[in-house]
Design a protein around this ligand. Structure first.
Ligand code: ATP
Ligand code: FE
Length: 369
């Protein structure tokens, strides 16, 4: 089974080809075109510009992908494409392109949910038996879900405001760390992770634990973000910082910030873990936790979560770093999981498939948690 995956939900044009043969999964090609260096100048993504950039690059990314895989389009069995959730203008570019290839070569299409694809990506490289708990942390989402099968997601909690990746990006920008040539073309999460390693006093900045009194599995990062902005302003005043300069103890600040975000993620994951154990959701004694989405790249966060899970005899997994953030591989892999689960997901009814800006992950257990 050979599937081409197309991802254009946000600011990355990603196309990949994944093959599953005799229970082995192989990435034949993975090509990405990131728009980050463009959007960073404006402090956020401008949807029509993102759409233009996807449009201007998608054919080239596709051609490079075929060359890298050394494959002809005829040898592909299905075309998978992200249809939800995401920026509708960006999603449309991927969907139209997918339709075009599917029609040209008479191939079936598989629509893919972007967050489900993030969540299941770890299963491509590790044998993780269903069901498992999943912490999905990315640029636009923060969710805890219990996954019973490729199409059976129970949503346990989600963010009430910002996502953790978004918080890292906005705070790194406010710290003006993007102007540091060392960090050119890095995202906020990577910058904060790297800067935190240089801290001499990691306890210098402390943040209160968000939602500490709430018994549910929801998240909130707006408090950490606003406290960060205030702390940076205070520090700039103390140091009489000239405009466009960075506070001297930015590394200590990043260590404090990373610690605050990690503690919050651990606290909510612990609640979810206890909920799943109490309700007998895990099967037998086999407990697995998957951490995925761009923020799963962060070693401090992943190690903290793994240690927490260990206390519950739970094994923790994450995708390889190159597959944590957006990419076409996870879209192709998700289609393979869907096809193995139920061949009905393959469709030649190309015009029945549409994009959806917002799309829930599955059945909500938010009230029960
Ligand atoms: P969503 O998947 O919610 O629609 P997205 O696709 O934009 O959002 P991803 O590509 O999964 O998000 O992840 C990008 C985010 O991951 C960015 O916000 C970035 O700051 C964060 N990130 C990447 N690397 C790291 C890291 N090492 N530590 C923390 N955060 C990181
Ligand atoms: Fe994503």
């Amino acid at each position: 089974l050979t599937v081409l995956g197309i991802e254009t939900s946000c600011d990355d044009t990603g196309i990949a080809i994944v093959r599953r043969e005799n229970d082995n999964n192989k990435v034949l090609a993975n090509v990405m075109n990131s728009q980050q260096s463009f959007h960073i100048r404006y402090g956020g993504i401008i949807p029509p510009r993102a759409q233009d950039l996807h449009r201007s690059k998608i054919a080239e990314v596709y051609e490079r992908c075929l060359v890298e895989a050394n494959i002809k389009p005829e040898e592909i069995d299905a075309i998978a494409v992200t249809t939800r959730p995401g920026l509708p203008l960006s999603l449309m570019v991927g969907l139209r392109f997918a339709r075009h290839i599917a029609r040209t070569y008479n191939k079936p299409m598989v629509p893919v949910h972007h967050m489900k694809a993030h969540a299941l990506q770890a299963c491509m490289e590790h044998t993780i038996p269903y069901p498992f708990l999943c912490l999905l942390i990315s640029g636009g989402h923060s969710q805890l879900c219990f996954i019973k099968g490729p199409e059976e997601f129970l949503l346990l909690g989600e963010t009430l405001d910002d996502a953790p990746g978004e918080a890292f990006d906005k705070i790194a920008r406010r710290l003006r760390l993007y102007i540091n040539p060392e960090y050119r073309n890095w995202n906020g999460g990577q910058i904060v992770e790297q800067a935190a390693k240089l801290a001499s006093n990691p306890e210098a900045f402390e943040f209160p634990l968000p939602l500490a009194r709430m018994r549910d599995c929801n998240f909130s990062f707006a408090g950490i973000k606003n406290n960060s902005f205030r702390a940076i302003k205070r520090q700039e005043r103390i140091e009489a910082c000239p405009p466009d300069s960075v506070i001297t103890n930015y590394a200590d600040f990043c260590a404090g910030l990373l610690n605050a975000i990690s503690r919050h993620l651990m606290n909510r994951t612990q609640r979810a873990m206890e909920f799943c154990i109490e309700r007998g959701l895990f099967s037998g004694n086999c407990r697995s936790l998957v951490v995925s989405g761009g923020v799963a790249n962060n070693d401090t966060i992943f190690n903290d979560i793994s240690h927490l899970a260990e206390q519950y005899d739970c094994k923790t997994y994450r995708p390889s770093k190159k597959y944590c953030s957006d990419n076409g591989v996870m879209i192709a892999w998700n289609a393979i999981e869907q096809i193995m689960n139920d061949k009905q997901c393959l469709t030649y009814d190309y015009y029945k498939i549409d994009v959806q800006g917002k799309a829930t992950l599955g059945t909500s257990l938010l009230q029960e948690v």
